[in-house]
Design a protein around this ligand. Structure first.
Ligand code: FE2
Ligand code: FE2
Length: 349
């Protein structure tokens, strides 16, 4: 263990050094200049400090105060050495953060037993700190593993739902990437951006509840069929609602609101403007953008320029203008998303 010794008197310094060397496993770091000692303590860990009260320049009290202000000096035991037991000085030293005192002349037995006790205390502190760090690292790893598992299950569930009308499953991955671009463009914090892009693949999970005859029907739907199709928003919400997971709750919100329109003519609730949850407004732009860019049995893939024009034209009617602007800001990345071919299905973000 490293013991810092600070005393302007060379004779005392030599004596203290010898005493500390007697303790097994102890290394004395000896300084006659308190400023140099402070420099050492501020840049490296010490386990105990023994400091003289009377020193020119920086006295024992201000040494202790400065030592205690270092991030690694908060709980290091400090022994102050005084010439006499002056109450006022002792009180001031306690207030400054001293742990213990010794009076001159130093008695070997007393010094050794006090220092050994304090080092044992320090050892226990160090052990506790190491255990706490280890535990924190384990919790972090376990939390990450849990989050990764949650993310994987979500992606697989979304793929299962998507498989019924898009065998490739690329829509959900691209849609998640577009949601990320929009959320970033809106200046949302990184954690929210991440959660939105993870929740996005589940937006159409409710299609599981739409009969095949309607979901897979080529050509247009009559009004009854369209109503049945529109139910996928509510089915999705029912599937995902009530979770303890913030991610699944957001996914439920997105599933319910991704077909709402800014002007209030969307479904299922006909919400307008900012009454539509932001996640739903983001998903609406991303979903339509990718649907237009994809080839479907009833339509060819639209060129990106035409999609851009459509998004601009639908600002304030179908879409939240801020979400469209956020995506337009990142249009280069939209182009590379489609230029690079189908995205890998392993990651949602
Ligand atoms: Fe949908
Ligand atoms: Fe979709």
């Amino acid at each position: 263990m490293r013991v810092l010794i600070v005393d302007d008197n060379q004779t005392n310094l030599i004596l203290l050094r010898r005493l500390v060397e007697k303790i097994e496993g102890c290394r004395p770091l000896v300084f006659s200049d308190p400023l140099q000692a402070l420099m050492e303590a501020s840049t490296s860990d010490v386990d105990l400090a023994v400091v003289d009260y009377m020193m020119p320049g920086v006295d024992g009290l201000s040494f202790i105060r400065r030592f205690r202000s270092f991030p690694n000096g908060e709980d290091v035991p400090i022994v102050m050495i005084t010439t006499a037991e002056e109450r006022a000085i002792l009180h001031a030293a306690l207030e400054a953060g001293a742990t213990d005192f010794l009076t001159k002349p130093i008695e070997t037995v007393e010094f050794l037993s006090r220092v050994k006790n304090l080092l044992r205390l320090r050892e226990a502190q160090n052990r506790l700190r190491d255990q706490a760090r280890e535990l924190a690292a384990k919790v972090k790893t376990a939390t990450r593993a849990l989050a990764a598992r949650e993310e994987e299950i979500i992606l697989r569930l979304s793929r299962a739902a998507e498989r019924r009308d898009d065998g490739t499953g690329t829509h959900i991955v691209r849609m998640a990437a577009l949601c990320r671009l929009i959320a970033e463009g809106l200046g949302l914090d990184e954690e929210t951006v991440h959660t939105i892009s993870l929740a996005a693949p589940m937006h159409d999970v409710g299609k599981i509840g739409v009969p095949d005859a309607i979901l897979l029907k080529p050509g247009g739907l009559d009004s009854e069929e369209r109503q049945a199709m529109e139910k996928h928003t509510e089915y999705g919400f029912e599937i995902l609602d009530g979770s303890n997971s913030e991610l699944i709750r957001l996914a439920a919100e997105m599933a319910l609101s991704h077909h709402e329109r800014w002007d209030g003519t969307g479904y299922p609730r006909g919400l307008a403007g900012e009454d539509i949850p932001l996640s739903g407004r983001i998903a609406a732009v991303a979903d339509v953008c990718d649907a237009l860019a994809s080839e479907r049995p009833y339509k060819p893939a639209w060129p990106l320029e035409a999609i851009k024009a459509y998004l601009i034209e639908s600002c304030g009617s179908q879409f939240d203008p801020r979400c469209v602007q956020a995506l337009l800001k990142r249009w280069d990345e939209v182009q590379s998303l489609y230029a690079s071919g189908p995205p890998p299905l392993t990651a949602a973000a």
